[in-house]
Write a protein that binds this ligand. Structure first.
Ligand SMILES: Cc1cc2nc3c(=O)[nH]c(=O)nc-3n(C[C@H](O)[C@H](O)[C@H](O)COP(=O)(O)OP(=O)(O)OC[C@H]3O[C@@H](n4cnc5c(N)ncnc54)[C@H](O)[C@@H]3O)c2cc1C
Length: 421
């Protein structure tokens, strides 16, 4: 086998890798993508598809805005319907710390032009029929957020990358990275050797394993997060806002005639395997919260569940930028919001990979921030912040075994402590 040369080798064909490959190829860059499995076989295939602009930091708000803008013309551009339901996002709060965080974040969003509003319980009840607002002080609501079919979105970017000339090597894990003089000089994949001018590590939860191949390390932890489908919704035929309940610790949105829903908590998995199975023992505590928030779900059935990895950094912002070596760039660690941010960030990442300046400041995402300690955590909702809350204790207390037949509260809602933001 000869050595393949290219301008940029992208490692990983999830949302991060495919969006950047598409941008680069569109700019005439010779791109090869090496993917261990099939396109979209990591976390990008397993998430809730939520697309929001409700972040606490301007960079992320603007990236989310750009993602939403791109979704408006996505089908025209890529020939694939991303099934974007612009039903909004609703963050429920109890008037305490979660309200203060949302209040600050809403000001940042409004200054960027995102029409998020703080609303009261009456408006919450109007937006989500049948919701119990007895312990809800209010919510942050942005009607221009929504949710997509994540597989279609990645498929579109992958198709766009190929149409613009990128080569995507599937079933081609990267197994070795050679360096000399502070640069990557060669990369070994099961499909052969590649000599790239630059490398993009877009391997999601496995980005630290890629970094380890050249002796680097990244502060990204793979955290298993479980998600379940329910056979009914309080508003059949209507798309509910993607509702994040910061009081009990759950999220949900419409899916067909039913809902998908998941708990806030995620669980660290050291040395993550390629796939992770759903843990049905999580279901009782999710059920308890769901039935508290939407009592009509007491009669619902859980039809299936699955799990994926959230790739969490200590501050719930991704690592984006040149890292460790002169020609090695990392875009990973999205901490539960890679679908929201990657499409919006990709044009800027592609510019930096081409030696140009990004048009959006990416400073809050640089790896060096962890040494400097000068960037606040994302705060609104993310992988590690939430995991640090009641998760482990609640899960352990409710360990019960087999999947539930239907939704039954494990116990009367006892006012669990709020998920930490
Ligand atoms: C249950 C759940 C719900 C979520 N909900 C949302 C949501 O609503 N909205 C949102 O924005 N985000 C959500 N997320 C997070 C989102 O899924 C991720 O942030 C996003 O998919 C990360 O994309 P990525 O491209 O960085 O990683 P991935 O999609 O994981 O892609 C990395 C790729 O690298 C490949 N790879 C790994 N090792 C190698 C190797 N050695 N060689 C070659 N290739 C390799 C993998 O096979 C994989 O395809 C959720 C996650 C979970 C688990």
């Amino acid at each position: 086998m000869g050595v393949t040369t290219c301008d940029v080798l992208v490692i990983g064909a999830g949302i991060a890798g495919c969006t950047v490959a598409c941008e680069l190829a569109g700019a005439g860059v010779r791109v090869v993508v090496a993917e261990r499995g099939a396109v979209c076989s990591g976390s990008s295939a397993l998430n809730a598809g939520g697309i929001r602009q409700q972040f606490s930091q301007e960079t992320s708000v603007r990236a989310g805005m750009e993602t939403v803008r791109r979704l408006a013309t996505f089908e025209e551009e890529f020939g694939i319907d991303p099934v974007f339901r612009q039903a909004g996002y609703l963050f429920l709060h109890d008037g305490g710390d979660s309200w203060r965080t949302l209040d600050r974040a809403v000001r940042v969003q409004n200054a960027c032009g995102v029409p998020t509003r703080l609303v009261g319980p009456d408006e919450v009840a109007r937006l989500v029929p049948g919701i119990n607002v007895s312990d809800v002080a209010g919510a942050a609501h942005n009607p221009t957020d929504g949710y997509v079919d994540p597989n279609s979105m990645v498929a579109g970017f992958a198709a766009g990358a190929r149409a613009r000339g990128a080569v995507i090597l599937q079933e081609s894990p990267v197994t070795a990275i050679e360096t000399r003089g502070g640069r990557v000089t060669g990369v070994t994949t099961s499909s052969g050797a590649i000599a790239p001018d630059a490398v993009l590590n877009a391997a999601g939860a496995w980005a630290p394993a890629i970094a380890a191949l050249y002796g680097g390390s990244l502060p990204i932890t793979a955290r298993r997060n479980d998600i379940f489908a329910l056979d009914r919704s309080p508003a059949r035929g209507q798309f509910l806002p993607l509702t994040i309940d910061l009081i009990t610790g759950l999220y949900l949105h419409s899916e067909g005639d039913g809902l998908v829903a998941g708990p806030a908590e995620s669980f660290a998995v050291p040395d993550p395997p390629d796939n992770v199975a759903v843990d049905w023992e999580v279901l009782p505590f999710l059920v308890e919260r769901l039935v508290h928030r939407l009592p009509m779900l007491d009669a619902a059935q859980v039809t299936h569940g699955w799990a994926g990895f959230i790739e969490a950094t200590p501050d719930d912002n991704p690592v984006v930028g040149w890292t460790h070596l002169d020609n090695l760039y990392t875009m990973a660690g999205f901490s539960g919001h890679g679908m929201c941010l990657s499409p919006g960030l990709a044009p800027h990442v592609a510019r930096e990979l081409r030696g140009q300046s990004a048009e959006l400041s990416l400073d809050i995402y640089r790896l060096e921030r962890f040494e400097r300690g000068d960037v606040a955590p994302e705060g609104v909702w993310g992988g590690s912040g939430i995991a640090a809350g009641m998760a482990g204790e609640s899960a352990k207390a409710n360990r019960g075994g087999a999947p539930e037949e239907g939704l039954r509260p494990a116990a009367a809602h006892g006012g669990s402590p709020p998920a930490k933001e």
